[in-house]
Write a protein that binds this ligand. Structure first.
Ligand code: FRU
Length: 508
């Protein structure tokens, strides 16, 4: 007897989940032999986030081409539709009315056999040109040694910059130009990599930064100019880093390659983000719009944890919103067995303060997920403890008013599995072996905000520092949340249970 996929799933008792999974794009389920495992793995996995965006299953990494178009937020992302490990990069696509609730769409970009992106559609950006959403991304293909540009020890791939235009207002169909719009790195440069284009408009000219670097010299952003996004002239380096002294075949580890540059202005300051050394760096500085030279003046780490390759866009109300990839920190085999890997961080609103420091706060839309608010005050030397019946929670601990030292702890079966200590008097934050300084002058309403979602914890400290953690030993009903006031008279505490964005962990 031949069963169709829906009937097959029904026989397995996955009625509702089955019909939801089956409403997904065809790529979401591969072979019917594995259907039972796949559905069960994703819908019953307590570690899988419930209010962060992630594909129905398999691997995701960088956010790509976020854009607001015709009343919807569109977010694309690096997707391997065939496995929960990196490889065979496509652009997944999801849409949202509010940056919180999502609908999965079919794959937007797939490698073209025999084309310049035959081995993968790497990261890139979306802009509107001539009234049409247009994607600029990096295509990779296999190439003989003399033509490769990606030098990370494998040295097989050639990266070129490709262009695709939207064929409909739902951004479902994209038409690629057959030949790359930038075919080769600047003459005379032996690059460590050449990818992740980020375009912006100045007057009627387009500018484009490309992530790159050179051995012994450091990571950099290459700057190009065009009138039509199709013909580009190389100008010079927009920014240049230094090697960190480490010796590594992967130039990202040694600071000799910068990935995913993002360049924009916010509150009259220019800001360049780039990813390298497993971290995201921010810089703010001055950009001379005549010479097209950028002078970074301040720098910092955008997130101290498992957060990488972010990409920003301008929301319709002019907020600069940042999306970022939350990496896994467990073994690849464990993610592969779970059937999913990676999640999109919550949308973060970026601003730059008067001192030129980047400020990072969860976008206000995230508050839509809140259930009933619980308000309490913690007294000196006391702690509060609760069992987490669901792993979806937001905390807000006031820091600015009483300048406390607080510890937030997660325990499973009585054992501590995660701890964040914010010590305002000592100006120090510690989470496991990660430590960093607290912003020097706290404002009265500055707070520690924490979002717990399955194995993901996003912490925002005084709107200035962020830390994304992964914890794989969380269990609903067995895990507890403990908040302790270690120093200070008292501290105000707010908590909210947060809603899941879907009924079955499929985030749509
Ligand atoms: C960053 C990155 C990008 C590249 C993409 C490939 O995570 O390595 O530089 O375009 O991922 O998936």
């Amino acid at each position: 007897m031949k069963l169709d996929r829906r009937a097959f799933l029904r026989t397995l008792g996955y009625g509702a989940a089955a019909s939801r999974l089956l409403s997904y794009p065809a790529w979401s389920l591969s072979t019917s032999a594995k259907l039972e495992d796949q559905v069960s793995a994703v819908t019953h996995d307590p570690l899988r986030p419930e209010f962060h965006l992630l594909p129905p299953h398999n691997w995701m990494n960088d956010p790509n081409g976020p854009i607001w178009w015709k009343g919807q937020y569109h977010l694309f992302y690096q997707l391997n539709p065939h496995a929960a490990v990196w490889g065979d990069m496509h652009w997944g696509h999801a849409i949202s009315p509010d940056m919180v609730h999502w609908h999965h769409e079919p794959i937007a970009l797939a490698p073209t056999p025999g084309g310049p992106d035959s081995e993968g559609c790497f990261s890139g950006s979306a802009v509107v040109f001539d009234g049409k959403p247009t994607i600029i991304y990096t295509g990779v293909r296999n190439a003989p040694p003399a033509e490769t540009t990606l030098h990370d020890g494998n040295d097989k791939l050639r990266e070129t910059q490709m262009l695709a235009t939207a064929e409909d207002d739902e951004l479902l169909h994209w038409k690629k130009l057959e030949t790359p719009v930038i075919t080769t790195p600047p003459p005379g440069m032996y690059v460590t990599g050449f990818r992740d284009p980020c375009p912006w408009l100045e007057g009627d000219e387009w500018y484009l930064g490309i992530g790159s670097g050179e051995r012994g010299i450091g990571g950099c952003v290459l700057l190009y100019r065009s009138h039509d996004l199709r013909h580009w002239e190389y100008l010079h380096k927009l920014a240049q880093g230094k090697p960190n002294g480490r010796v590594s075949v992967n130039p990202c580890d040694s600071g000799e390659m910068w990935e995913c540059p993002d360049f924009f202005d916010v509150n009259g300051h220019h800001c360049l983000l780039y990813s390298s050394e497993d971290k995201v760096f921010w810089t703010t500085g001055e950009y001379d719009t005549h010479q097209h030279r950028y002078i970074p003046m301040r720098t910092g780490v955008l997130d101290h944890g498992a957060y990488y390759a972010p990409k920003s866009f301008l929301a319709p109300d002019d907020r600069r919103i940042l999306w970022g990839w939350i990496r896994e920190t467990r073994l690849e085999a464990e993610s592969a067995a779970a059937g999913w890997s990676g999640a999109m961080a919550l949308p973060r609103a970026l601003t730059v303060n008067r001192d030129g420091e980047l400020e990072i706060n969860p976008a206000i839309e995230v508050e839509k997920l809140r259930g009933t608010e619980e308000v309490s005050t913690l007294q000196a030397g006391t702690s509060t403890n609760r069992t987490l019946t669901t792993l979806r929670r937001e905390l807000r601990i006031a820091l600015g008013a009483s300048k406390p030292k607080v510890a937030v702890r997660l325990l499973t079966s009585g054992k501590s599995v995660w701890e964040l200590v914010v010590d305002v008097p000592a100006s120090l934050v510690r989470c496991g072996d990660i430590t960093f300084a607290l912003p020097p002058q706290l404002k009265p309403d500055d707070a520690l905000r924490i979002f717990i979602d399955g194995s993901v914890i996003e912490s925002f400290i005084a709107g200035r520092e962020a830390l994304t953690s992964r914890v794989y030993s969380m269990r609903p009903g067995e895990s507890e949340l403990e908040i302790a006031l270690l120093k200070g008279e008292s501290v105000a505490l707010k908590q909210w249970p947060l809603e899941a964005i879907s009924t079955d962990r499929l985030t749509t």
